[in-house]
Design a protein around this ligand. Structure first.
Ligand code: NAP
Length: 210
């Protein structure tokens, strides 16, 4: 599948690496330093482009910017997003990771969707970038769960397939409004990993009984 990635930082490059390894084509975009972006893409074996290049190329657009930059990126490509699937990886973290800038009565997922009304936004926050960049993504002997939500069922299925391709287990929880709970749940992982000293090899998992 053709995938445009907005944001080539820790997460964007970790996803690019794993998606390229499973046969997808990737265009990386959105840096304040185009020569750095080009070098990052070259090392990964991907292509670098402008925001418009990445969005025009991708059937799926991975949004991997800080939450505080996502509105700027989406506004620049609003006219190119018609019918596109946006895999929204953003969590509206405070810059010092001490909490969320917004949450529970709205979400980054919903705010990003409002800026891209002609696209299908799927919220799915991947495992920590350190895991994506390491030899194994597994946590505690198994694949990390990724909670996923969106209003368009077939877009959720497509992003679920990509989540499987990076080595994680997708759990579809419902409509995009569930971002209000997916994002704080991810914040708990961030707090455990970086606040409580557990480190990045942590993941929340769903256990079900009959
Ligand atoms: N890191 C993780 O483990 C992880 C896991 C799950 C979800 N997430 C989410 O993924 C998103 C990205 O996280 P990250 O850790 O990959 O962040 P990051 O390493 O800081 O990467 C951010 C990327 O956005 C680009 N960017 C362009 N314009 C920007 C601007 N005005 N301000 C800031 N960055 C700008 C940066 O490019 P230049 O610096 O080259 O300009 C960089 O490539 C966040 O929403 C985060 O909550 C992260």
């Amino acid at each position: 599948m053709d995938i445009g990635i907005i944001g080539a930082g820790n997460l964007g490059t970790g996803l690019a690496k794993r998606l390229l390894a499973t046969g997808h084509d990737v265009v990386l975009s959105y840096s304040r330093d185009m020569s750095k972006l080009e070098e990052t893409a070259r090392v990964l074996g991907a292509r670098a482009g402008t925001l418009i290049d990445a969005v025009s190329f991708g059937e799926v657009i991975v949004l991997a910017t800080p939450y505080t930059a996502s509105a700027d990126a989406l506004k620049q490509v609003g006219n190119y997003l018609h019918g596109k699937i946006i895999w929204d990886c953003t969590n509206p973290l405070k810059p010092d990771l001490s909490g969320l800038l917004i949450g529970t009565n709205t979400s980054a997922g919903e705010e990003n969707a409002a800026l891209a009304p002609s696209a299908h936004v799927v919220k799915a926050i991947p495992p920590f970038a350190e895991l994506l960049h390491s030899a194994s993504i597994d946590v505690g002997g198994g694949q990390p769960d990724v909670f996923l939500c969106g209003d368009d069922e077939s877009s959720c299925q497509i992003v679920s397939t990509l989540v499987k391709d990076i080595g994680a287990e997708p759990i579809v929880v419902g409509k995009l409004v569930f971002s209000r709970y997916v994002e704080p749940a991810n914040m708990l992982s961030v707090a455990l990993a970086y606040g409580n000293g557990f480190g990045p090899r942590v993941a929340l998992s769903l256990r079900r009984g009959s």
